[in-house]
Write a protein that binds this ligand. Structure first.
Ligand code: BTN
Length: 267
């Protein structure tokens, strides 16, 4: 595939759909990291919805300082400036709001196979199709803006993780157009942000439950192992082990073998 992102086409589609997110819009052939571009712009006053896309990143990053490597012009990599009126305790669940929006957009092209893997991935089976990195711009401890950085494997899978990752192309998807995919993600995000502002992640809990990659699965979260029992109203992962069910607020999850019958936790 490898092509330049067509900004004019994206802008026309976004206008047709009356999207609020995605404007102002900037697309470049190459940058360091679109999250850095968006954070810099946010510091300079960029409005809610400003979106920064690149065909290639020299130093794209993921959670926990990991590199996000992607061949030029193959995948969808962008960052959106968000200025939601959010209480600080709702911020961590924003990654899940973005995750649901990405999931829906890719799933439309895949017929029901994509799931959200807490806290920040979209997967098909056990393979990662997309990753999300939400970062915040703080002033005197107050959240001034958030940047939601999204990488979706469209045409190719990073070579170094090809056994752990997948792409829309590898999954046999016929529609690999990045411009309409971006519109779908932003449209879904717009709708869910207003639910989240009104009701918090609780307003999206049914959707999360329906598309949770971990629920009922045996998982390792950093040092702990147990059965994933869903996500609570604060956006924490519920992990059941011999001591009971407890919320985990952050961590890296590894899926272990096997599915387990429903336990006593929230469904
Ligand atoms: C992860 O899976 O750990 C998150 C990956 C996030 C990657 C995207 S690509 C666009 C944006 N710019 C970055 O540097 N990172 C995010």
């Amino acid at each position: 595939m490898s092509s330049r992102f067509d900004s004019q086409r994206f802008t026309a589609l976004a206008r047709e759909r009356r999207l609020a997110l995605g404007a102002p819009f900037s697309a470049v052939e190459e940058t360091g990291s679109t999250n850095d571009d968006a954070l810099l712009a946010a510091r300079a006053g960029a409005p809610h919805g400003a979106t920064f896309l690149a065909d290639a990143q020299r130093s794209g990053r993921g959670r926990r300082g990991r590199a996000w490597v992607s061949p030029p012009g193959e995948n969808l990599m962008f960052s959106v400036v968000l200025r939601p009126r959010l209480e600080p305790e709702r911020v961590s669940s924003l990654t899940l709001v973005v995750g649901l929006s990405v999931r829906e957009a890719v799933d439309k092209r895949l017929d029901g196979a994509a799931r959200v893997k807490w806290p920040n991935d979209v997967v098909v089976e056990t393979r990662k199709l997309a990753g999300i990195l939400v970062e915040s711009q703080l002033i005197a401890g107050r959240i001034e803006a958030l940047v939601a950085g999204i990488g979706i494997n469209v045409g190719s899978t990073p070579v170094e993780v090809s056994d752990l990752a997948t792409s829309l192309r590898a999954l046999g998807c016929a529609d690999l157009e990045r411009e309409s995919l971006l519109c779908d993600v932003l449209g879904g995000l717009e709708a869910r942000l207003s639910i989240h502002a009104r009701a918090g992640i609780g307003g999206l809990i049914e959707e999360l439950r329906a598309h949770d990659a971990l629920i009922g699965r045996r998982v390792r979260v950093d040092e702990s192992t147990g059965i994933a029992r869903g996500i609570d109203a604060g956006g924490a992962l519920l992990l059941e082990d011999e001591t009971g069910i407890r919320p985990i607020v952050s961590g890296t999850v590894e899926l272990l073998e096997g599915r387990h019958p429903p336990g006593p936790g929230p469904r």
